[in-house]
Design a protein around this ligand. Structure first.
Ligand code: DX5
Ligand code: ZN
Length: 229
């Protein structure tokens, strides 16, 4: 029920395919795929071509986090490239409801991403179009930043909204957290209500100086912390 989604933003891009295979073999559940456009966020990363290149290497869901503006034009490209989940920032879309519907029409699960200072109100009228809600626990744009503590209270608030919706609709919505998730804070983040955890530097930073088996150790340690809940 807890999902661990390593962000390949912190992987070795010269060996990206190997990194994807190794991290899934080490026990990761999803591949988190950070898309940045040097416009909505001040960094530039990877697009649909790279998604299509890693797609044949794993059956694990690819969780595409769009940090781009505009959003809609690129959605079908990611669906064709094999994305399973597509999330975007509501501030980056002119028509949030339409973008959520577009993601589903393209056969993917859809979700909204909330920056640290973005209110959760964007959820209110689109709960039926959400499969996932992602709370940023850092400002988007870079890996390796410090977890922002106020995210814990915000996770609890999002969890309450999702639980109320689940009770009335019978439909599940995942609550994912992204930024600064480590072995020493994942348990309190889970207690606040998250059930999917993006970890970039915590996972890929660990294996950097040794062999790929190190990913096993980190992922097992993250899961052991979640087992304590
Ligand atoms: C930031 C990205 C995150 C980032 C997480 O904009 O959305 O996914 O890679 O990296 P860590 O786990 O290193 O904070
Ligand atoms: Zn991300």
């Amino acid at each position: 029920m807890h999902v661990i989604a390593p962000s390949i933003l912190s992987a070795d891009f010269a060996r990206l395919g190997e990194e994807v295979v190794n991290v899934i073999a080490a026990g990761a559940d999803w591949i988190h795929f950070d898309v940045m456009d040097n416009h909505y966020v001040p960094n530039l990363t990877i697009g649909p071509l790279v998604c299509a290149a890693i797609r044949p290497l794993t059956e694990a869901p690819i969780d595409v986090h769009l940090m781009v503006r505009p959003v809609d034009r690129i959605v079908p490209d990611f669906a064709k490239a094999g994305a399973n989940i597509i999330t975007f920032h509501p501030e980056a879309s002119e028509h949030v409801d339409r973008t959520l519907a577009l993601i589903r029409e393209n056969g993917c699960q859809s979700g909204l991403v909330f920056n640290p200072a973005t209110p959760l109100d964007y959820m209110d009228y689109v709960m039926d179009k959400l499969d996932i809600v992602l709370l940023m626990s850092v400002n988007p744009g870079f890996g390796g930043q410090q977890f922002i503590a106020s995210t814990l209270a915000k996770l609890a608030a999002a969890r309450a909204r999702i639980d109320a919706y689940e009770r009335s609709s019978g439909r599940r919505i995942r609550l994912e957290v992204d930024g600064g998730v480590k072995i020493d804070n994942i348990a309190e983040i889970a207690r606040a209500g998250a059930d999917a955890f993006v970890a970039g530097s915590a996972v890929f930073g660990a294996g950097r100086d040794s062999d790929a088996n190190r990913y096993d150790t980190v992922i097992a340690a993250l899961r052991a912390q979640l087992g304590e809940i």
